[in-house]
Ligand binder design. Structure first.
Ligand code: HEM
Ligand SMILES: CC(C)=CCC/C(C)=C/CC/C(C)=C/COP(=O)(O)OP(=O)(O)O
Length: 327
């Protein structure tokens, strides 16, 4: 008797765990941390390194809920093609583990929670921007562009560029030039990020007639476009230093080194458009690039960094003075 009760408790636990896992997978969770990193970096710059930890936590939670809602809605809309593509076939909806109706309720609850949380504990601007992210990703990218034009991710990339705007608005209640520059940085970074991946999975997209650039135009044009967008990413990343003046020398070091490698990888891929390991390396590096660049923004914004830079500059000036007086 006891054994039977124990067995049924463990099977209920197992079923609950499985349900939780399925809903979690529906949100495409591996993408969300980088979206949050861009939000956090923006908040650190906006608050000049003196970030309110509660506001940070609230904004990142609200951002997570909004992104999860957007991804779930995308999974519902794209059920037909996700079912047909090998890469996406095992997702919870095409594999029948979650019903679309339940997924829709889940997505709406996530969006509601995000809006409520951000409105109550951050501000209305941040909440509205997060909702705009969901609407743009669903209506403009998923519905209007994804299946219709190879420029889908160029324009649709605006959705993925909204998180830093949410972060900036949460801190300041408005959007400055610096916020829009962060938006532009991610907007320009998205084509190299995604097209490098699309080069590797183009057969999958071709099989369901999704006109991603490598499917429609081939490898040469795609790698050329990756190169062109990469050429734009690096100078735009430096514009946070000049003319905007919101980041300093420490970030500059990060941006130059990371940007140099970004350009080198994009160039080598452009020279070898059919080399899939190079495309894979570009895709992986695009993620590392954004992650470390944002870390550089955070480190640069910290008051401790400013003190260290000032101390170093002071020592350097003294040293220069001594050298000059000796000569
Ligand atoms: C319209 C714009 C974008 C498109 C179409 C796109 C597309 C994709 C796709 C198809 C994958 C592979 C996911 C999978 O196999 O399930 C991926 C991976 C990834 N994307 Fe993007 N992406 C976009 C923008 C972004 C943005 C803005 C970020 C964050 C700032 C981002 C971060 C990531 C990360 C971190 C991964 C790797 C996930 C893993 O570890 O597997 N993406 N992206
Ligand atoms: C503020 C806010 C809520 C922003 C939301 C931004 C957001 C969810 C960006 C994600 C972009 C992304 C990873 C798209 C995947 O493309 P896909 O869906 O075409 O990929 P697939 O072929 O793997 O389905």
């Amino acid at each position: 008797m006891q054994d039977t009760a124990r067995l049924s408790i463990s099977s209920v636990q197992h079923a609950l765990l499985e349900t939780w896992r399925n809903y979690y997978q529906l949100t495409k969770p591996r993408i969300i941390p980088l979206l949050l990193i861009t939000t956090a970096a923006s908040m650190w710059i906006a608050s000049e390194g003196k970030i309110d930890p509660i506001l940070l936590l609230v904004t990142l939670t609200g951002g997570t809920l909004a992104a999860a809602s957007a991804q779930t809605l995308n999974c519902i809309y794209d059920l037909d093609i996700d079912y047909a593509m090998i890469r996406t076939r095992k997702r919870p909806l095409p594999s029948g583990k979650v019903q679309p109706r339940h997924a829709l309720i889940f997505a709406l609850i996530l969006a509601g929670l995000s809006f409520g949380l951000l409105t109550r504990f951050a501000n209305l601007q941040a909440a509205l921007l997060a909702m705009m992210g969901i609407v743009f990703y669903m209506v403009v990218y998923t519905h209007m562009l994804k299946r219709n034009t190879p420029q889908n991710i160029v324009i649709g990339g605006a959705a993925g560029s909204i998180p830093p705007l949410v972060g900036w608005a949460a801190v300041t209640g408005e959007l400055s030039w610096a916020a829009w520059l962060l938006f532009a940085l991610i907007f320009l970074w998205t084509p190299p990020h995604f097209w490098a991946l699309a080069l590797m999975i183009r057969e999958d997209y071709a099989s369901v007639n999704v006109p991603m650039l490598p499917v429609v135009e081939g490898e040469e044009v795609t790698t050329e476009q990756i190169w062109i967008y990469s050429l734009l990413v690096v100078p735009v990343s430096l514009m946070l230093i000049y003319p905007l003046g919101v980041c300093g020398a420490v970030y500059g070091g990060f941006a130059l080194v990371l940007g140099g490698i970004f350009l080198q990888k994009a160039w080598v891929l452009y020279q070898n458009p059919k080399d899939l390991p190079l495309a894979k390396s570009m895709f992986k590096y695009s993620i590392l690039y954004m992650m470390v660049l944002c870390t550089g923004m955070v480190i640069d914004s910290l008051p401790m960094t400013h003190q260290m830079v000032q101390a170093c500059t002071g020592h350097l000036e003294t040293l220069m003075g001594m050298v000059l007086s000796m000569s």
